[in-house]
Design a protein around this ligand. Sequence first.
Ligand code: ZN
Length: 217
Amino acid sequence: MPNINCFDVEISKNHRDIGNFLKATQGEFTDFFGIQAPMPSCFLIDSRKQFDEIWGKKTEDWQVAWVSDNNIFILKPEKFLEESSHNNQDNFWKILKHEYSHIYYRKLSGGINKPKWLNEGLAKYLAGQKAEEISLEDALDVTELHDDPGANKMIFPVGLFWVRFLLKNFGKDRMLHLIMGLKGNPSKKHFCDEFRKIYDFEFNKKELWNKIKGLTD
Ligand SMILES: [Zn+2]
């Protein structure tokens, strides 16, 4: 691994604001998830070039962070706008929060990050990231977004759409039970079984469509 600017946020002097932010986020997430995840280590990346070197291949301009175990890798705040397609510095903090949410998800699910739409949708929801408009037809493609072969950008808006829908109509506890019920099993079939048990309808296009019509008309 190249020489990256690595620090433990809890002892960081240069970026105390990041440590404080993660501490506050930890409190908020512990309250939401009902469990506590450790404080992450945060690796601040200096440039797109370094980002690609550590990631191992060329990344897109909008890709600015990722999480691995208890580590968050993110373009450093001073380079965030310069080295990405983001045009708002607030996005740095939202994305940091988004990445930390993945660490909580993984802990609650027993070590998995599937289904991708749920993990990404919940991260976007908790980070307060904006919702892109999507069509109902796109939303129903959620059934195809369990895995993520090749960074499909639709995972984010579609995931957020269903996270909001499920939270609004069925509450937080069911969603947490769904994630907990995954128990380290990443298969789509297991997810669909758990979903049916918890929400009392099938996770397929037809029933999702029926629910949307029934609950919004
Ligand atoms: Zn994410």
